[in-house]
Ligand binder design. Sequence first.
Ligand code: AMP
Ligand code: MG
Length: 416
Amino acid sequence: MSTKKQINNDCFALPPGVDWTPLDNALLHLKNSIIPTVETEALPINLAVGRILASDLEAVSASPPFSNSAVDGFAFKFVAGYEKNLELKKGRSAAGHPFSQTVEKGQAVRIFTGAVLPAGADTVVLQEDVKITGNNIYFENKLKLGANTRKVGEDIQQGQLIARKRDLITPFMVASFISTGIGSVQVYRKLKVGIFSTGDELISFGQPLEFGSVFDVNSPMIANLLRAWGYEVSELGKIPDNLNLLRDHLNNASKAFDVLITSGGASAGEQDHISSILKNEGQVTEWRVAIKPGRPMAMGFWNHTPIFGLPGNPVAAATCALVFVHPALSKFSGGNWVVPQAYYMPAAFEKTKKAGRREFLRAKVVNNSVEIFKSEGSGLTSGLAWATGFVELPDEEIRVKYGDKVKYIPFSSFDL
Ligand code: AMP
Ligand code: MG
């Protein structure tokens, strides 16, 4: 059975009669209506970084798995008002080589970092603090019960919930999972995404430039973003501005991919074939989201396959990819809806903005304040290359003055 059938075909539909949808409404709508579309698979834990957990995870064993010494020293049994002169037992407890006898009250045994705390012992004194004379050790410092030891399960208890379904697995999570005995995990398989660009004027990088043509920037840019997010990406090439060719390409690609992404032709002009074909022959919908740069874009379905029709201007395509595609694909692929971490920083610029739409400016942090790119043109890829993130200005009218705190979202907050 195709898993695509599970998709809620209304998830891109916006309420009728609404002209420009506020960004927050559009995102909330997407968040609430996307259903994961991919199957799950088992993976060895070391290969699971970047994948999304398909079930809650419980610790198989405790971490640490046994009580052990945190230092090189001497293990003994703590007694209130204990003797600081202890009889040194023969033998030692080293990492991987436990001491087999019991340590009685008044006795101590040599121990090394990571070694099992021998039966009877509960406290360790640092070797630097100890004087050894014959078969005795002596120390002066006061210790608390359990000093310099790590108790069984003090980090994670056996059976404890350690991660949740839909969590994205990081290298450090893998480290923690392994320490609790996890050997493999059930994850969602990678989302397969096909990318097209549209436009008669486009030529591929490396080809000679002809008069009237421009290089196809969007396909490689979007593909690289998606690869960074861990998806299985295919660059399917350029589609000319021709309805029949577009239909053929969408028909073929919708059979092979979980999600399609196009750029260009997403407005309402007579050369904007993506929006018209989706409106007339697909399942919904042209999106008029009040966002700059980026409007309008198209989102809908073609043969049950979700399709994001990004704007053609590269800066607008990039912005829509980060703002819409990033959280949406996370959710389609079994993950959580992801909201980028923002920071409030003093502005190193002044700007007046009208009410009615959200604005994303190319921005860069310099000396703890945030600058914006000198031009807002949505075709200027140099601004994208210069920027380290966005300044996001609210829907309302706003006058930003030097030093005002503005919302800065580094590109790293979009998992880049
Ligand atoms: P469109 O949305 O198709 O009307 O395109 C808007 C602008 O973006 C036009 O100047 C296009 O030439 C340009 N454009 C469209 N697609 C791409 C692309 N893949 N790479 C670079 N520029 C593009
Ligand atoms: Mg075009």
